[in-house]
Structures are given as structure tokens and as C-alpha cells.
Ligand binder design. Structure first.
Ligand code: NZQ
Ligand code: ZN
Length: 404
């Protein structure tokens, strides 16, 4: 087990009806006047925003609203929200929504105290030390941003989607009320579950050998998601299934499943190859839902790299899908090949079974769309990139082509 720092400063307040506690919890933590950041209207339609604002009123927390963060949030919205936050001299931020609203809110939280343009942080990847405190009310379990030290923002003018990392902007408070997720469309529910599994896999295939405790937790969360997914899709109001999925989303990405797996104690475990490849997809095609993009990219990446460390993939096959190399093969290599590819097929089949796309063509992409993604990938990641098997741009091309 490698050395690690596990920093999870968020207070998670988890339970039925807990959206109504938002104001009281925030007041207790010292929030006085906040910018409320939300998305493109789901929280208005579901009544969640009204409930949260009522709880702020009741607790005496003042607020200004900034609605309109789109999925794959864009820096223009962030800049406008920063201006609004400054104009009203807010001292904290509250996000009500999913990863897109939360990431927009995170960018506002470190953009407000900074004199320059907030995109500087994404372009130069400067460390971020100074932030307004952030609270969130989560409405979709997926990105794990409620507990993560990541923030991902798109810049349409530059066809880029970049992330920054840091502990300073991890939320102080996350209100997690599984009932808020009953209204999720099936596609978003499934894309969220896919994203969680990808967050675990990025750390599991980190280029570090086995760390039994961390690996068992990781595989157990994946197995839980595979079991609970059909339940939430069949019955969107199944509280227990929704609750398990919601908490899984946080644990998949608050670095618990990376403990002991990073190369340096202060650097997140994993090479995040599939995320790098997907971020180019949703940067160039902003309508692509992040998790749905990963449903296509992650299995394609696995097929490309598994031979680099087949023992690791055999452990994954055994611990997630109960698949072992079968007896009766003339060569053990063939048995390994079939076991690993069966596990990758199972994973891809699971994504398909919950309604996720299986090919890039499902998003309307053709061969012509690959080169532009490779160009920005080269700028954003350099070459080679990743940790499990460092990827060249030609590897990336092969993965995109195999996923077409
Ligand atoms: O915009 P609104 O109207 O709110 O609708 C949203 C959006 O259309 C809707 N929705 C959310 N909660 C709902 C609901 N609809 C009905 N009922 C509810 N309760 O769902 C759609 C997706 O929301 P979004 O916030 O975009 O989803 P998600 O949480 O998947 O966030 C995706 C973004 O997070 C980034 C992704 O790249 C993407 O930009 N990521 C952030 C990470 C992080 N900060 O740690 C890590 C991830 O790997 C990821 O990259
Ligand atoms: Zn993700």
C-alpha cells in the first residue's frame, strides 16, 4: 500500500426529506449570504429549489440566484455568476443540482477572490488556495462532485473541457436526499451509474499493484451498482435502491477507492485515461452526456490496454463478475484472453442493458470527428499520458476508431 493523504472535509447530511434542512445546516456552518447556482430548470420544475430557498429564508441565510448552468458547464456562465457574486458581495456559494451545477459553483467559489479571468486556473492549472466556502444540495448521483476535489469546465470558444484539482474547493456541506432523485430521467440515472463505475475503474487500473482493502471496497461498490441499477430503473421511487446508488456515487469519487493506489501521496490515484478521452468527446460534442460517453470509451480503452497487466484485469474479472480462466484450454494464454474479454463484454453489456450507447456512432460521430478530438487531446494531455499503460496519440486514435 503506497502512502496517501485522504482529505474529505465535507459534512454529508444524508436522508429522506433532508433538502428542507439545507438552511439550518448552512447557518450552523456559518454561511450568511450565498449565491445559489443551479442548472437549466429541473430544480424549478421539481420544486426542489423552492424548498431549499424556503429553508434558507427560515434559517436567515440571505441569497442571490444564478440559474442556467448547462450540462458540461461553460466558462461564460461561470464568468457571469462570478460578476453577480461580486456585485452582491456574497460570502459563500450553494449549488443545487448535479455535477454541472456543482462544478460551475466550484469555479465561482475560486473565481470570485481571483483578480484575473477564472479560465486561467484551467489553462495554467495553477493551485487553488483561496475560495469562498461551498455547500451543495445534490439532485443527481453521478459525477461525485459533492465530495470530490475536482472541477471540470468547458470553453466552447476553444473546444476545450478541462479539469482542475484541489482540496480547497471540496464542499463544506453536502445535503443528500435520495427522494430528490426520483424525478431523474432513466438515461441520466444510467449515465450517472456508468460515471461512478468509471471513477472506480480509473483508480483500480492505476498502474499500482493490488491494495486488498481498497480493491475490495472498489469492487464491492461496482457490484452494488450493478445490482441496484435495474431496481432504480424499474422503479424510480425505490428509496433504498436510490439511496444506495446515491451514496455509491460519493464513495466512488471522494478518493476512498484510491487510498494506497497513488504514485505520490498528494496526487489522485490513476491515470484517468478514459476520462481524458471522454472529455474530448463532450468538449467537441457538448450535447454528449459525460457518463454516456464513458459507456462507450471505457470498454474500448480496456480492450486496448488489458494485455499490459493481465493479472490486474483477471482480478477485476474475478472480483466483479466472478469470471476466472476456464480449464480445458490448450494454452493458458487463450484462457486468460477469453476470461478478460468476457469480463469486458459483461461490463459493456451491463451498460447497454441500462440504456447506454455502445458506439460513438450512436452520438452521430463519424471518422471525420476523430482528428479534431486528437488535436485537442494532444494539447490538453501531451504525449504519452495516463498511468496504467501510457497512451500515445496513436493509441488514442486506435481506441476512438475501435469505438466508432
Ligand atoms: O440542468 P438541469 O435542468 O438541472 O437538468 C439536469 C441535466 O439535464 C438533470 N437533472 C439533474 N437532477 C435532476 C435532473 N432532472 C430531473 N430530476 C433531477 N433530480 O440531469 C442532467 C444532468 O445533470 P448534470 O449536472 O450535468 O449531471 P452530472 O452530475 O452527471 O454532471 C456532469 C458534469 O460533471 C463533470 C462532467 O464532465 C460533466 O461536465 N464531472 C465532474 C467531476 C467532478 N467535479 O468531480 C468528475 C466527473 O468525472 C465529471 O467529469
Ligand atoms: Zn466522470
Amino acid at each position: 500500500m503506497n502512502d496517501f493523504v485522504f482529505h474529505s472535509p465535507t459534512k454529508f447530511v444524508f436522508g429522506r426529506g433532508y433538502a428542507d434542512r439545507t438552511g439550518a445546516e448552512m447557518k450552523q456552518l456559518g454561511f450568511e449570504k450565498v449565491l445559489v447556482v443551479y442548472g437549466q430548470g429541473s430544480v424549478v420544475r421539481t420544486g426542489t429549489l423552492a424548498r431549499v430557498l424556503a429553508s434558507l429564508d427560515e434559517a436567515g441565510v440571505a441569497y442571490v440566484e444564478a440559474g442556467g448552468a448547462r450540462p458540461n458547464p461553460e466558462v461564460t456562465f461561470v464568468r457571469q455568476a462570478i460578476a453577480l457574486a461580486r456585485e452582491h458581495e456574497v460570502t459563500g456559494i450553494l449549488a443545487v443540482g448535479g455535477g454541472s451545477s456543482i462544478d460551475a459553483a466550484k469555479a465561482v467559489s475560486f473565481g470570485v477572490p481571483y483578480d484575473g479571468d477564472v479560465w486561467d486556473f484551467f489553462a495554467h492549472k495553477q493551485p487553488i488556495d483561496n475560495c469562498l466556502p461551498l455547500a451543495v444540495v445534490l439532485t443527481i448521483p453521478a459525477a461525485g462532485s459533492e465530495g470530490s476535489g475536482s472541477c471540470v469546465i468547458s470553453n466552447d470558444a476553444e473546444n476545450r473541457k478541462l479539469g482542475v484539482s484541489g482540496d480547497a474547493f471540496r464542499p463544506r456541506l453536502a445535503i443528500m436526499d435520495p427522494e430528490l432523485t426520483f424525478t431523474l430521467p432513466a438515461y441520466q440515472t444510467a449515465a450517472g451509474i456508468t460515471d461512478m463505475i468509471a471513477h472506480i475503474c480509473e483508480r483500480y487500473f492505476s498502474g499500482v499493484g493490488s491494495v486488498p482493502l481498497t480493491d475490495d471496497i472498489a469492487c464491492s461498490i461496482i457490484r452494488t451498482l450493478i445490482k441496484q441499477a435495474p431496481k432504480v430503473l424499474a422503479n424510480p421511487n425505490d428509496y433504498d435502491a436510490r439511496a444506495n446508488v446515491m451514496w455509491a456515487g460519493t464513495l466512488a469519487h471522494n478518493d476512498l477507492v484510491g487510498c494506497g493506489r497513488s504514485l505520490s501521496p498528494t496526487v489522485r490515484a490513476g491515470g484517468w485515461e478514459s476520462h481524458a478521452l471522454e472529455h474530448e468527446l463532450s468538449a467537441h460534442h457538448t450535447e454528449v452526456t459525460h457518463g454516456a460517453g464513458l459507456a462507450v470509451i471505457l470498454p474500448a480503452w480496456m480492450r486496448h490496454v488489458w494485455r499490459h497487466d493481465e493479472k490486474r484485469f483477471l482480478a477485476f474479472a474475478r472480483d466483479v463478475f466472478d469470471i476466472e480462466p476456464a480449464e480445458g484450454y490448450e494454452s493458458y494464454r487463450d484462457a486468460v484472453h477469453d476470461a478478460v474479454t468476457a469480463a469486458i463484454d459483461e461490463l459493456k453489456g451491463f451498460f447497454a442493458s441500462i440504456g447506454m450507447p455502445t458506439r460513438l456512432r450512436d452520438f452521430g460521430l463519424t471518422e471525420d470527428d476523430i482528428e479534431p478530438m486528437l488535436e485537442t487531446l494532444r494539447t490538453n494531455k501531451g504525449e504519452p499520458f495516463g498511468a496504467f499503460m501510457p497512451l500515445t496519440i496513436e493509441d488514442a486514435r486506435a481506441i476512438y476508431e475501435s469505438a466508432l
